[in-house]
Design a protein around this ligand. Structure first.
Ligand code: AMP
Ligand code: TRP
Length: 329
């Protein structure tokens, strides 16, 4: 009999894993393994919904898996696998699609944002949130650690779960989002009113998890700020400095007030150096763990994860198939 609450989260293997991903989401993934049954999935079917290059995708899928292992996702304590290796995700997405109003999908801001940046409108991109709902509901997750940007998708997932339960049978628990108190939305270094993103064409806009210390120092030093040279937290008037304060607070565990009282009059140069050092210190152990990982061992871990996930998914999915009238004859 299972008693532990279940956590599920996913990441697209589209490369450029950055500090926002780490502070906003992955750091939580690692901590949650202690108290929950954790399931972490590299959502490689989601990653195909925008144009991509297959050979490059093969590389970034592996790189993403290695980054997560380096951060501390522990395959002995969590279910860790690639979405495409467990066909139940796509099957459940189809079933949920039959109860998803298109009007709801039309309101998804991530979809609209992606179209605005030039992604072609196709069915995969449009139904992205339905596949995400399937990911979460497949293993009956209770808790979903994500950054702020995924809140709307989570609300839709909760809605679909309720819709399904009312229409067919009480199958799905209603999942809760888990959004961190600090760094839920790490902003771009070059345009601090937009979130740090893996798809921003400007490399300097983000710190990559695998960036060297030198590169981190350079990127932070060139971060866009403002011309009033006091360090204080004001996201309206000083979005750049506020973002750096949030990042430093998240990296050091110190409060923003405490940082402001230390750096208020230090000047931007010295403050930025301190921020960069805090980031370097946070990422150094991850980078060295990454370098120690063996690709073949990682492939083996993923194969085992997929096998376990398929076995468990089969049991859960048979309940769904029964509820909707697709049980075996
Ligand atoms: P993605 O990079 O879109 O696959 O996102 C992976 C995870 O990182 C999700 O939980 C996102 O909510 C989170 N995330 C992405 N960008 C940021 C950001 N700039 N700040 C905080 N969390 C983020
Ligand atoms: N849409 C999420 C993102 O861009 C990735 C994702 C897919 C996900 N399926 C999920 C996150 C299930 C949490 C749970 O970050």
């Amino acid at each position: 009999m299972e008693t532990n609450k279940k956590v599920f989260s996913g990441v697209q293997p589209t490369g450029n894993v950055h500090l926002g991903n780490y502070l906003g989401a992955f750091r939580n993934w690692v901590a949650l393994q202690d108290d929950y049954d954790a399931i972490y999935c590299i959502v490689d079917l989601h990653g195909m919904t925008v144009p991509y290059d297959p050979p490059e995708y093969r590389r970034t899928r592996l790189e993403t898996a290695k980054v997560l292992l380096a951060i501390g996702v522990d395959p002995d304590r969590s279910l860790f696998y690639m979405q495409s290796q467990v066909p139940h995700h796509a099957e459940l997405a189809w079933i949920l699609g039959t109860i998803t109003p298109t009007g709801v999908l039309n309101r998804m801001t991530q979809y609209k944002d992606k179209l605005a940046t030039g992604a072609p409108a196709n069915l995969g991109l449009y139904s992205y949130p339905v596949l995400m709902a399937a990911d979460i509901l497949l293993f009956r997750a209770d808790l979903v650690p994500v950054g702020e940007d995924q809140k709307q998708h989570l609300e839709m997932t909760r809605d679909l779960a309720e819709r399904f339960n009312n229409r067919f049978a009480e199958v799905f628990p209603i999942p809760e989002p888990l959004i961190p108190a600090t760094a839920a939305r790490v902003m771009s270094l070059t345009e601090p009113t937009a979130k740090m993103s893996k798809s921003d064409p400007a490399d300097k806009s983000r710190i990559l998890i695998l960036d060297s210390a030198d590169v981190i120092m350079k990127k932070v030093k060139s971060a866009v700020t403002d011309s009033e040279p006091t360090v204080r937290y004001d996201t309206e008037a000083k979005p750049g400095i506020s973002n750096l304060l949030e990042i430093m607070a998240a990296c050091t565990g110190r409060s923003i007030d405490d940082l402001v009282s230390e750096y208020h009059d230090a000047g931007y140069g010295r403050f930025k150096e301190a921020v960069a050092e805090a980031i370097i210190e946070t990422l150094a152990p991850i980078k060295s763990a990454y370098e120690r990982l063996d690709d073949r061992e990682v492939a083996r871990i993923l194969q085992k994860g997929a096998l376990d996930a398929r076995t468990q998914a089969e049991v859960y999915q048979s309940e769904v198939r029964r509820a909707v009238g697709l049980d075996q004859m």
